[in-house]
Each structure stands twice: as structure tokens, then as C-alpha cells.
Design a protein around this ligand. Structure first.
Ligand code: ADP
Ligand code: ZN
Length: 519
């Protein structure tokens, strides 16, 4: 038996590693770096806890979640692990004691807040201690495009400089391709092996339809498929939550509203009823769901489009935790895009941040529009792979109307290639449609063989083509370069003419496209 497995069994009481955990743990024990992407609940903690115990010295865990440190340390102590934490909540005396135990080699694991770790005094201390590994939890905080950016995380690249011999593991649950690239660059993890897994929720059936008469659509869905079931209906605004809950009550459902505008008492009472009573439908804003652990939520319905694929994945992920069949159902339309865009425009934050939000929204729209398997696209977004279409999403079950976009896609990809993979959609469409703009002349793009080869499609059709190419992983968006599109390996077969491509017919109205101009 390996040291890792015997530690897993004797300390944590589990009989076996989950897939990937074992490989990750072994890589770390052998002294290599790793980047781990797993959804919440996927089992990330053991990936560094086991090697921290197997390797000599103390495992240093950097976590921004000060509130959770104590819980984690308490749980480890219960298991007999010598764990401690250092953050601003400790009085100086206690902190000093912990530092002394670290130096004396009496700690297996030490959790440290990032702002504390990067202080010179702390680093000097660590240099005098024996360290098993560095685990950087919530590694997406290093990304300036994300919602959780923390400046202190940027300084964590110094770990590699000051402790080059000590293996590092960076972990996160939310990282699209761009964020992942940023983690690698900023944390200097170029040599780290990447492990991505566990995002699939096979029992959830994904369905996304165009919004026509949303209330009737929802009613039909609930009556036909979920009589007597518990579920969540997500809406964007508090007012819509109240109205929808009220309307569902009139339709005979045990529906309760939940949003930040209700009193704390109401909120906790509605939450408690959802957990204890049967067949409660909670109508909620995104305020609902954090930390709710109800295994038998049979459906999650979205009456409004979530802002990002991450949000969609998290919210739909509250369905079917018991592993039994569950539905993730959504309708979306023009109004959603308008509203989200408006919220983004009015939000605080830099132009870049807004652009990043816009890109994320576009990726979400891409997921709505694809005709291929939704699950494959969803997993692809997180870097997880599904070799075959899932057979359990609307695209797989009721294939959508499509058109042969092979030629158009090839033209689009070649426009990207010939312009040097550094322009955004708007410019690429000008190239394809032969628009004689200043920018075109500035770059001599009117001389390209691709110039004007795409006059047969209008602006909106081209936008749809590009967005679907991004959604399917033929193209990626480079946020550091203002939304420039660049080719992915996957497009080789298409460019060589070895592959045909069917795209979804425009299902949203023209106006939707105009609202997503920066696609
Ligand atoms: P994450 O940090 O990825 O959100 P955790 O590390 O908290 O996930 O693990 C989620 C749950 O899965 C925990 O209850 C943990 O004890 C359990 N778990 C993780 N790995 C295993 C395993 N190999 N065998 C059994 N349970 C596991
Ligand atoms: Zn599918």
C-alpha cells in the first residue's frame, strides 16, 4: 500500500481516492507542482491534505476565506492532525505561539491568509521552517477578470522565487480557459500539470428554450413534469421574484419568495420550509442557494438568463444532488440580454472589467444557441471533457433546426488567421463583409484574400457564427487583448476540409444580436 493510501485510510477514514485525487496526491508527494480544477464538493482538500501529511514538514495552505479557516482546522484536529491557522482574527500572543510550533516542527498543516503570508516577517519565518508544500486555494482570486480578485494573490508568485524546491498546488472550482491561463502565468505555474475533472452532473437534464410566453412555458413545465416536486425558480429581480411567487401560489403551488429584500426572519423561515416541507417551490434571486444542502431538489428553472456560465452551472447544480434524475430548465430572450447589459453598464468597475463581463455573458449566450450537446459545451467551458454527446440534454433529445455552416465557418476562421489572431468580432465581420472602413485600410485588410468573401451573410448571421464557434471551442477570446479571437487546435480539421459544421439557425431575434455587439 502506498503511503498516500494508508494516510487516506488511517487519518481520514476513506477507503479509496476519487479519480484524479490519487494522481494529484502522488505528483505532489514526488515534489511536482499541480493546478487542480474541480467543482465545489469535488474533493479538492484531500489533494493537498494527504501529501502535506506524507511529506516531511508542514503544509502551508493559503486561503482567502478567513471565516472558513477555523472550521477546517477544527475538523482536521478532530482527526488528530496538528493543524492551525494564522489570520487577522488572532491575538498577537496566540499567533506567536503558532509561529513557534511551526519552527519547532510541531505542525502538519498551517492555514494562512494571503495578506499575512506575503509580509516579509512571515516569509522570513517560513524560510526557517520545514515546509511540505504550498497549497493555494481559491486560485482564481489571482485573476483580475474574475469577481473575486485579490491583490495579495498577485504577490504569491514570490513563493516560486523564494521556495523553488517546494511543490505548489493551486486549486479552484471556477476557472474558464482564460482565468486558467491567468492563474498559470501569474502564479508561475507553467511547469505544473493540470488536472480538470468532476464537473459533469450526469443526472441533470439541461434544457434551454427561447422565451415566448414564459409564465405559460413554466407552468407547462411544472405541471407536466414536476407535480409535487421541490425546486427552485430563479429570477433576476426582487420584484419579479415576488410577482412570480404570488402568481404560482394562485396557480396552486406551494411557492415562497426568497431575496435579499426580505427580512432575515422571513428568509430563514422560507428556507426552513423548503428544507423540511415537501413540494415547496422557492422563487429566488441568486441570493438563494449558498450553502443550501437539500439533496432532492428535482428542478431548477431559470426565468432569466444568468450572467455567466459559472453562475448557470452553480445554480443548476443545486438540482439532483441525490443523483436521481433532475431538470435544469431555462427560457431566455431579448429582454434578458438587455437587462444584463444595462446592469453591467451601470455597475462599478473598469472598462476592462465590463468588457470581461460582457464576454462571459456572450459565452452564456453561446451555450444557449448551440445545437450540439449542451453538456459537452458546458464541460468544455470548464476544461473537462465528455467524449460523446450526453443523450440527456435538449440538443441530444430533440435536435434543433440547423444549417450547413461549414463554408461560413471556414471563412470566419480564415479571417481570424489572416488578420493575425488579434482582432475582435466587429473587425473580423468588416473583413468578411468587405466593409471599407478606416480600420480596414489602416491594417491593409482590404488586400486580404478573405476581404469581402462573406457578403452573403449579414452582420447578425456572422455574429451568430462567431459566437457559436467560440461556444464550441473552435475559437477563444483573449481578454488581455481586448477580445481578440484566436484559433484553437480543434479548428484544424475544419480548415483542412475534413470536417463539416452544422450551426443553429438564428433562434433569437435580430435585436438580441444587436444587443451583444461586442460578442
Ligand atoms: P471541495 O474542496 O472540492 O469543495 P471537499 O474537499 O470539501 O471538496 O470534499 C467534498 C466532500 O467529499 C467532503 O465531505 C469530503 O470528505 C468528501 N470526499 C473527498 N474525497 C473523498 C474520497 N476519496 N472518499 C470519500 N469521500 C471523499
Ligand atoms: Zn447532450
Amino acid at each position: 500500500m502506498t503511503a498516500a493510501l494508508s494516510t487516506l485510510q488511517s487519518v481520514f477514514g476513506y477507503s479509496a481516492f476519487r479519480p484524479l485525487q490519487e494522481t494529484i496526491v502522488q505528483r505532489l508527494i514526488d515534489g511536482h507542482d499541480a493546478l487542480v480544477l474541480m467543482p465545489t464538493g469535488g474533493g479538492k482538500s484531500l489533494c493537498y491534505q494527504v501529501p502535506a501529511l506524507v511529506r516531511p514538514g508542514c503544509g502551508i495552505i493559503i486561503s482567502p476565506l478567513i471565516a472558513l479557516m477555523q472550521d477546517q482546522v477544527d475538523a482536521l484536529r478532530e482527526l488528530g492532525v496538528r493543524a492551525a491557522y494564522l489570520n487577522s482574527s488572532l491575538d498577537p500572543g496566540t499567533a506567536q505561539d503558532i509561529e513557534q510550533s511551526l519552527l519547532r516542527g510541531e505542525l502538519d498543516m498551517l492555514y494562512i491568509a494571503p495578506e499575512r503570508l506575503v509580509q516579509n516577517r512571515m516569509l522570513a519565518l517560513l524560510e526557517r521552517a520545514r515546509i511540505a508544500l504550498f497549497a493555494i486555494d481559491e486560485a482564481h482570486c489571482v485573476s483580475q477578470w474574475g469577481h473575486d480578485f485579490r491583490a495579495d494573490y498577485l504577490q504569491l508568485s514570490l513563493l516560486h522565487e523564494r521556495f523553488p524546491q517546494i511543490p505548489r498546488i493551486a486549486l479552484t472550482a471556477t476557472a474558464d480557459v482564460r482565468t486558467r491561463q491567468e492563474i498559470v502565468t501569474r502564479l508561475d505555474l507553467g511547469a505544473a500539470e493540470k488536472f480538470i475533472a468532476g464537473f459533469d452532473r450526469p443526472n441533470i437534464r439541461y434544457r434551454i428554450a427561447l422565451k415566448q410566453n414564459p409564465r405559460q412555458q413554466l407552468l407547462r413545465f411544472l405541471r407536466n413534469e414536476h407535480p409535487g416536486d421541490a425546486g427552485i425558480v430563479y429570477c433576476l429581480s426582487r420584484r419579479k421574484v415576488d410577482e412570480t411567487a404570488h402568481w404560482l401560489q394562485q396557480e396552486g403551488f406551494n411557492a415562497l419568495p426568497y431575496h435579499a429584500g426580505l427580512s432575515a426572519g422571513q428568509r430563514s423561515s422560507h428556507q426552513a420550509r423548503f428544507l423540511r416541507e415537501e413540494a415547496v417551490v422557492v422563487v429566488a434571486t441568486i441570493a438563494f442557494g449558498m450553502g443550501i444542502d437539500k439533496p432532492d431538489v428535482r428542478f431548477v428553472a431559470h426565468l432569466d438568463l444568468p450572467k455567466t456560465i459559472e453562475a448557470y452551472y452553480q445554480e443548476t447544480g443545486r438540482a439532483g444532488r441525490d443523483g436521481l434524475p433532475a431538470n435544469a430548465w431555462m427560457v431566455y430572450g431579448l429582454q434578458d440580454v438587455l437587462k444584463l447589459r444595462q446592469m453591467m453598464d451601470n455597475s462599478e468597475g473598469s472598462a476592462e472589467h465590463k468588457r470581461a463581463e460582457q464576454q462571459r455573458l456572450n459565452a452564456m449566450l453561446g451555450l444557449c444557441e448551440i445545437t450540439s450537446c449542451r453538456r459537452q459545451a458546458l464541460l468544455n467551458y470548464f476544461g473537462d471533457e465528455l467524449p460523446e454527446p450526453c443523450g440527456n440534454c435538449d440538443s441530444c433529445l430533440e435536435p434543433a433546426a440547423t444549417w450547413d455552416a461549414t463554408e461560413a465557418a471556414r471563412k470566419a476562421l480564415s479571417a481570424v488567421y489572416r488578420t493575425g489572431q488579434r482582432f475582435g468580432v466587429n473587425h473580423l465581420i468588416e473583413v468578411l463583409r468587405g466593409v471599407e472602413s478606416d480600420k480596414i485600410f489602416q491594417f491593409d485588410h482590404h488586400c486580404l484574400p478573405t476581404f469581402g468573401v462573406g457578403r452573403d451573410l449579414d452582420n447578425n448571421q456572422w455574429r451568430s457564427v462567431f459566437r457559436q464557434l467560440v461556444a464550441r471551442g473552435y475559437l477563444s477570446v483573449d481578454l488581455e487583448r481586448f477580445g481578440a479571437l484566436f484559433l484553437q487546435d480543434k479548428c484544424r480539421a475544419l480548415l483542412r476540409g475534413e470536417e463539416a459544421l452544422e450551426l443553429r439557425r438564428d433562434i433569437a431575434s435580430k435585436a438580441v444580436r444587436q444587443q451583444t455587439r461586442t460578442a
